[in-house]
Design a protein around this ligand. Structure first.
Ligand SMILES: *Cc1c(COP(=O)(O)O)cnc(C)c1O
Length: 214
């Protein structure tokens, strides 16, 4: 399934006259045990995503020790009191979405002596329960993150379920452009090709790689 997903990403990139290599596949391994993850590493996959700090702490230290070239991204909501753990464990955070997390992450990065690039998650469909910064609050959040020295990777979104995602991806791309950000973390198993045609630099794909979650 990895080869199939990679081929679909490459085809979507070519359709949009983009380089397939400019799209990073983040294999979202949440809920799946190390035995399911190891075969993907063996097949060449190098970037993985988890949505919970505690689950990642249980699964990944051993996998990372065995496979130092693998990068681990946090794609789920982050509580401020887990910022220190997240900064030590992850190579990239896709869910910076509020001012309180800016100070928590900046402090954690200082203490750990480790700069972890962050995507700012935008509440693109105005669904507060999903997390993400309101579009109107984005300029302030970006300014505060920049002032705090957090390396910004770009913008991230999870569009509303069961509606055409393209307008939301296009809006996220415009917001990133307006704010001088290059990275776009958007697209999941059901819509990653659409996201790639609209500029995604990182697609977060779980079930299309691992099968349905139990
Ligand atoms: C689980 C998850 C994904 C992957 O979802 P699939 O539909 O299984 O591809 C992507 N992004 C986030 C934030 C997730 O929590």
């Amino acid at each position: 399934m990895l080869a199939d997903v990679a081929a679909r990403i490459a085809a979507a990139a070519r359709l949009a006259q983009r380089e397939p290599a400019d799209v990073t596949l983040v294999a979202v391994s949440k809920t799946h045990p190390a035995e399911r993850i190891a075969p993907l590493i063996a097949a060449g996959q190098r970037v993985f995503g988890e949505n919970r700090v505690q689950e990642a702490q249980a699964k990944w230290p051993a996998l990372r020790a065995a496979h130092p070239a693998v990068a681990l991204h946090l794609v789920g909501r982050l509580q401020s009191n887990k910022a220190g753990d997240a900064v030590r464990l992850f190579d990239c955070i896709h869910s910076l979405d509020r001012l309180s997390l800016v100070s928590a992450l900046a402090g954690a990065m200082d203490r750990a002596g480790r700069q972890v690039p962050c995507f700012v998650q935008v509440d693109i469909g105005e669904e507060a329960q999903k997390g993400g910064c309101a579009i109107a609050g984005l300029p302030l959040l970006l300014a505060e993150a920049r002032a705090a020295g957090i390396p910004l990777a770009g913008l991230m979104c999870v569009p509303p379920l069961a509606v055409e995602p393209a307008p939301y991806f296009a809006l996220l791309a415009r917001l990133a452009d307006d704010n001088g950000l290059a990275g776009l973390s958007m697209g999941m198993s059901g819509d990653f090709e659409t996201a790639v045609t609209l500029g995604a630099t990182h697609v977060r794909v779980g079930s299309a790689l691992f099968g349905a979650r139990g």
